[in-house]
Design a protein around this ligand. Structure first.
Ligand SMILES: Cc1cc2nc3c(=O)[nH]c(=O)nc-3n(C[C@H](O)[C@H](O)[C@H](O)COP(=O)(O)OP(=O)(O)OC[C@H]3O[C@@H](n4cnc5c(N)ncnc54)[C@H](O)[C@@H]3O)c2cc1C
Length: 569
């Protein structure tokens, strides 16, 4: 069913077993798990999928080595396991990421963990070699334990390098380091694509599972929830048996709309900048650099295609709608980068994109934001607490890395409530274009050659499509072959029919859905004014926009780029 058919069917029959509010990664993961298990489920997202906290991440699939210090061993074990599963199940998007810690002190930070345990730590201090060594040994132990369970799940062990070897390997590195440590995590290169592919998998598996973007939960009482279609302004009543509040940092706001007063979330803002700087990009190579400033705050320099992603901050924030990367944050990131690579000159001119989002962390009285637990939980409100006839499960916390495990725990609770058995589990289930994705370069080459022979699409182009879409490249190339196709003038590595395919199959309704989330164009600083105008032409033909709507879309996109991402065109 397309969007209007879904709304029409809801008008006819407003009953649904499960309504999920919020299309970030936690809502989407839960949607997939329930859909695979035969539940009729509706997910509603007030904006585009993955436009909240899930669009603001550091793009890491990581165990969270730092959480060991907070004693969160369960969380780290689960995240290491889930990182490995992502590498297996979505190899087209999640790649191994060598992560290097430049270390400036030998013994600092030794007391962080015991002081934290005794509740006496105000602000953590920078960790030295010894503390990092202990952490990495534990981290390796979790990876090793998993390797025994699943022979395929391997990332190499950590490695310490002396000062001289480190400087020989990274010639621009600050000579004040005492050594470096390298360990492996995962890079989620295109998180928003992973999310849309999860949605499409879920809908393909279950005809009674529907996900709607631009559908806002605006209120509810007794047995009814009210939705507003943000594209038409029409209102719809829904009658669910159970509601999952997956509104991330907006969870308490969403509960309030249902007449329930909660204080589950104590969000913290985190920002990032993307730098276009060839020398810096070359200096980091394919390694992420992950380090602390003198007060223990973490900074990362991350190889994002041919750019460098720098983040992040961790500042308490009440209203997630206000999150923006400020000039002060941007300058702080530039200073921190300079600390590690002091002879590389950087300025604000090198910033091509910025973003900011709020982590949906649990409300906490911790004295430092870094000490707030990064674990997830399901908070249930029902019965006398509310005037609702159904329970509301709020999904607090969670990370991109462990979304699958969190979703499984939520789905188990929902299935128990609905008295339904689990039929499928997602542990080894490939995601979207990860299905049948040729990992071996020879297999990939062979697949590209045979596809080129029967679609007529060039090998070079198919290679780019496989990189972008994994094995979905086949469906896209077949569609491209079904009519006259040509490259866009302003974006010579995208063709017209490729974009039409995405608009028709990936729930794109606004120009910014495409440039910000279905593609990496905006984040990599590739968008131009000419490109926006040309794309508006393609979208107008595909979605039937008239001149007025097309101009409104261009204006909307320009506003979002400037207001949220510091991009003025
Ligand atoms: C700065 C930063 C860096 C991070 N880095 C990493 C990392 O490297 N690795 C990692 O694993 N995790 C990372 N995370 C954590 C991870 O991104 C988040 O925890 C996760 O994305 C939360 O997802 P969510 O689905 O709970 O929330 P969200 O993604 O915020 O989704 C909630 C959605 O609910 C919608 N919504 C709100 N109200 C309504 C309503 N009334 N009706 C309908 N929809 C509504 C919102 O529009 C939003 O899209 C990071 C987070 C941040 C902020």
């Amino acid at each position: 069913m397309n969007r209007s058919e879904v709304f029409a069917s809801l008008k006819e029959n407003p009953e649904v077993s499960v309504l999920i509010i919020g299309g970030g990664i936690n809502g989407i993961g839960t949607f997939r798990d329930l859909a695979l298990n035969g539940v009729d489920v509706l997910l509603v997202e007030r904006a585009d999928f993955c436009s909240g906290a899930s669009s603001a991440s550091s793009h890491m699939a990581h165990g969270g080595i730092r959480y060991l210090e907070n004693g969160e061993f369960r969380l780290v074990r689960e995240a290491v396991q889930e990182r490995n599963r992502l590498l297996q199940n979505a190899p087209h998007i999640v790649k191994p990421l060598p992560t290097t810690i430049p270390i400036f002190k030998q013994f600092s930070g030794l007391l962080n963990a015991p002081l934290k345990f005794l509740g006496m730590l105000d602000k953590p201090s920078e960790r030295g070699s010894l503390v990092i060594k202990i952490g990495l040994l534990l981290y390796d132990a979790y990876s090793r334990a998993q390797r025994r369970e699943d022979a395929q799940a391997v990332v190499p062990k950590h490695q310490f390098l002396s000062r001289s070897k480190s400087l020989a390997k990274w010639s621009h590195l600050n000579p004040e380091i005492v050594n470096t440590a390298t360990y492996y995590d995962g890079a989620i290169l295109r998180p928003e694509r992973l999310a849309i592919e999860l949605i499409l998998d879920a809908e393909a598996a279950n005809p009674n599972a529907h996900a709607l973007n631009y559908a806002n939960m605006v209120g509810g009482s007794e047995d009814t929830i009210i939705l507003r279609d943000e594209l038409t302004d029409e209102a719809y009543d829904i009658r669910p048996k159970l509601v999952i509040n997956a509104a991330g940092p907006w969870i308490d706001f969403a509960n309030r709309k249902l007449g329930v007063s909660t204080r589950f979330i104590g969000g913290t803002k985190g920002s990032h900048i993307v730098l276009k700087h060839e020398e810096l990009r070359k200096a980091i190579g394919e390694h992420e650099f992950y380090f602390e400033n003198s007060d223990g705050r973490l900074v990362l320099l991350y190889p994002l295609f041919d750019r460098v992603l720098v983040g992040t901050t961790d500042v308490a924030m009440e209203n997630p709608d206000e999150a923006r990367c400020t000039d002060d944050e941007a300058d702080y990131f530039l200073d921190m980068t300079q600390r590690i690579f002091p002879d590389i000159k950087l300025s604000r001119e090198n910033i091509v994109f910025r973003y900011s989002g709020v982590r949906p962390l649990p409300h906490s009285s911790a004295s430092s934001t870094s000490q707030i637990s990064r674990d997830h939980s399901i908070e249930v409100v029902s019965g006398a607490w509310t005037n609702l006839t159904f329970p509301v499960f709020s999904l607090v916390g969670g990370k991109w890395t462990s979304f699958r495990a969190f979703s499984e725990q939520v789905a188990n609770k929902v299935l128990a409530y609905l008295k339904l058995p689990r039929q499928k589990d997602t542990r080894a289930l490939p995601i979207g274009g990860g299905r049948g994705y040729p990992r071996d370069p020879t297999d990939l080459k062979r697949q590209i050659e045979s596809l080129s022979a029967w679609t007529g699409v060039t090998r070079e182009r198919l290679k780019a499509l496989f990189e972008r879409y994994g094995s979905r490249a086949e469906a896209i190339a077949t569609y491209m072959n079904g009519g006259t196709d040509f490259f866009l003038k302003s974006m010579p590595d995208y063709s017209r029919r490729e974009i039409i395919f995405l608009v028709q199959h990936e729930k794109i309704f606004h120009l910014d859905d495409f440039i910000l989330r279905r593609s990496m164009l905006a984040m990599l600083g590739l968008v131009t004014r000419e490109m926006i105008d040309e794309l508006a032409g393609v979208f107008s033909n595909t979605l039937g926009w008239d001149a007025e709507q097309s101009a409104a879309e261009v204006a909307r996109t320009l506003f979002i780029l400037e207001d949220r991402h510091g991009v003025r065109l």
